[in-house]
Design a protein around this ligand. Structure first.
Ligand SMILES: [Zn+2]
Length: 94
C-alpha cells in the first residue's frame, strides 16, 4: 500500500473517531471536561486495543458504543476509573 493511501485511511479513522466522540456527547461523562477525551469501557472487553489495528479498534469502539458499553471519559477520569474488573474499583459503579 502506498503512503498516500495509508495517510488517507488514517485521516478517515481520525474522522470516524471524532464523529464517535461527538455522537457520545463530546465531553467526559464523569466530570464534563472536553479535554483529552478517551473511550472508557464500562464492561470487560475480550479484545486488547494494543493488539488490533487502528481500523479494527475503531470498529470495536463503534460496536461497543452501540451496545451501551462505552463511555466518554477524559484522560484523568479514565485513569481514575481504571479497568472494569480491577479489584479496588469493583462495585463502585453499580
Ligand atoms: Zn473527566
Amino acid at each position: 500500500m502506498c503512503d498516500k493511501a495509508k495517510r488517507s485511511i488514517k485521516a478517515g479513522l481520525r474522522n470516524r473517531r471524532a464523529i464517535l466522540v461527538i455522537a457520545m456527547g463530546g465531553e467526559c461523562e464523569f466530570c464534563g471536561s472536553a479535554n483529552r477525551l478517551e473511550f472508557h469501557h464500562t464492561e470487560p472487553r475480550k479484545w486488547v486495543a494494543a493488539k488490533v489495528n487502528q481500523s479494527t479498534r475503531q470498529k470495536m469502539y463503534e460496536k461497543e458504543f452501540l451496545s451501551g458499553k462505552l463511555a466518554l471519559a477524559c484522560s484523568d477520569c479514565n485513569k481514575r476509573l481504571g479497568k472494569p474488573v480491577s479489584d479496588n474499583t469493583k462495585g463502585k459503579r453499580q
